[in-house]
Design a binder for this molecule. Structure first.
Ligand code: KIV
Length: 264
């Protein structure tokens, strides 16, 4: 069934999916054509992740991503979105105080996001946003904006307890959902069981309520590195290169444009 026939996903419909044991699907997108494709695919949620800094803009980390970057790409995705629940990722240093966080979160909503996501255990910020009708998705475990390494989180008993505690606090603060990144599968399952809100895992095992991956990893157009948790469903980079090479050959050989491409 095409995504569009399922209707627009909402905070409420995502909560019901958890209750009914239906898995929630989420992918990142950063542009209009990808948003159109994902809408047709049946995906429930689209994240305009700050991962765009690395996979799309060529920055060396997500710390360089600005609000302007995020708003331009969120608006582009929103123009192609009809039925997915659209989450905009608040970039590094954009939620340093409740006032700044609210202003920036409202800018995401004004360009078409349904909710914002922020990394870390910022309970007061979450409470402030939710108190002003901004739906918030939390993000715990490996939080790339502030990470100094990309190792799995929550491996020791104390670290696991800490993450279970953060998850509960973010739920209590009002998050409608939680991304859990790079934790052992057992901990992903424990956090999911403990919460009423849906968990969306990335490298957090199969027992989360849903899964998210970065689109450029899924279709094989980001070639720099591939984390263990990625499953690649297509390998488009060589195909794109092949198309570009064929074009170069055709133009150089006088084959393109042919008669059929000319106005007479
Ligand atoms: O920025 C992003 O794409 C993310 C996902 C990996 C969860 O935060």
């Amino acid at each position: 069934m095409s995504g569009e026939t399922l209707g627009k996903r909402t905070v409420e419909s995502l909560r019901q999916m958890k209750q009914q044991g239906q898995k929630i699907t989420m992918l990142t997108a950063y542009d209009y054509p990808t948003a159109r494709i994902l809408n047709r695919s049946g995906i429930d949620m689209i994240l305009v992740g700050d991962s765009l800094g690395m996979v799309l803009l060529g920055y060396s980390s997500t710390q360089e991503v600005t609000m302007d970057d995020m708003l331009r790409h969120t608006a582009a995705v929103a123009r192609g979105n009809t039925c997915c629940f659209l989450v905009g990722d608040m970039p590094y240093l954009s939620y340093e105080s409740p006032k700044q966080a609210l202003e920036n979160a409202q800018r995401f909503l004004s360009v078409g996001a349904d909710a914002v996501k922020l990394e870390g255990n910022y309970k007061e910020i979450v409470q402030h946003l939710v108190g002003h009708q901004v739906p918030v998705m939390g993000h715990i475990g490996l939080t790339p904006q502030t990470a100094t390494n990309f190792k799995v989180r929550g491996r020791t008993e104390a670290a696991a307890r800490q993450l279970l505690c953060e998850a509960a606090e973010l739920q209590d603060a009002g998050c409608f959902s939680l991304v859990i990144e790079s934790v052992p599968r057992k901990l992903g399952a424990q956090i999911t069981q403990q919460l009423d809100i849906p968990t969306i895992g990335i490298g957090a095992g199969p027992d989360c309520d849903g899964q998210v991956l970065v689109w450029h990893d899924v279709v094989g157009i980001f070639e720099e590195f591939t984390p263990r948790f990625v499953k690649r469903y297509a390998l488009l980079a060589p195909e794109m290169e092949k198309a570009a090479r064929a074009y170069v050959e055709d133009v150089r050989g006088g084959i393109f444009p042919g008669d059929e491409h000319c106005y007479n």
